[in-house]
Write a protein that binds this ligand. Structure first.
Ligand SMILES: [Zn+2]
Length: 247
């Protein structure tokens, strides 16, 4: 099981979840049907569980569209999207990342799970809080029951951004709380943004208790030997896959 980062709280008789490590690659050969079939089979063997279906977004586009997966659309393409929600048992929700956040949502009372792709663009568009709001509106989830798990992603130590991106964040949060600017390199101001804290606090604003929000604390760029990292691998990289599934 060394090939997976997992949160113990969401790996039990009710629920299966993981964030893959190298050498597992959800890009490359897994983009072809045969390679993908092998990858899913190896995951099923590792976890001793057979999925009813594995649902991914047709294309992740750094947007804020979240798809509710139900019996009607289970076998249809989602179209461009960056988030998935379901209450169907046996249906794994899959997201690909390499530095971006994959955020799991889980309501153990209503039995609903979600997985969203939240890079900086998705974070600025508030995709994770939007997914939580859909859980509340569509599934009747109570905010106090919702649990959030933010998988390994690029953390503030490594997430250097330019002023234009800082400006984007300034549109949604008080950036002074999340942006470090204590480094000047070659006369240029460097900005380091804590995007997991932004997501944590936006989710807490919906009434999700902070003690229900779990951060991996793992930086994919610092850990690029273990995880595919767009920045750490100098832009030529595979994809980490994450899945969450109600059993
Ligand atoms: Zn780092």
């Amino acid at each position: 099981m060394n090939h997976y980062f997992t949160f113990d709280r969401i790996n039990n008789e009710k629920i299966l979840s993981f964030y893959s490590r190298k050498p597992i690659d959800f890009g490359g050969a897994a983009l072809e049907p045969e390679g993908r079939k092998k990858l899913i089979e190896s995951i099923e063997a590792d976890f001793g569980y057979k999925f009813r279906a594995v649902k991914q977004c047709t294309k992740q586009v750094h947007g804020d569209r979240v798809v509710i997966v139900d019996e009607q659309n289970l076998n249809e393409e989602t179209g461009p999207a960056d988030g998935l929600l379901t209450d169907l048992k046996g249906v794994a929700l899959e997201i690909h990342t390499a530095d971006c956040q994959s955020v799991f949502l889980y309501d153990p009372v209503r039995n609903v799970v979600g997985n969203v792709h939240s890079g900086w663009k998705g974070t600025v568009q508030k995709i994770a809080p939007k997914a939580a709001q859909i859980m509340i509106d569509h599934y009747g989830s109570r905010p106090q029951d919702i649990e959030i798990y933010i998988n390994p992603s690029i953390l503030q130590c490594c997430f250097e951004i330019e002023e234009d991106v800082v400006t984007q964040f300034a549109g949604i949060v008080d950036v002074s709380k999340y942006c470090r600017k204590d480094r000047i390199v070659d006369g240029r101001q460097k900005y380091f943004m804590d995007t997991t804290a932004v997501n944590r606090d936006l989710l807490a604003e919906l009434g999700i208790p902070k003690e229900n929000i779990f951060l991996s604390g793992v930086c994919t760029m610092c850990g690029h030997k273990e995880y595919h990292s767009y920045r750490g691998d100098h832009h030529v990289t595979g994809r980490n896959g994450s899945m969450i599934c109600l059993k």
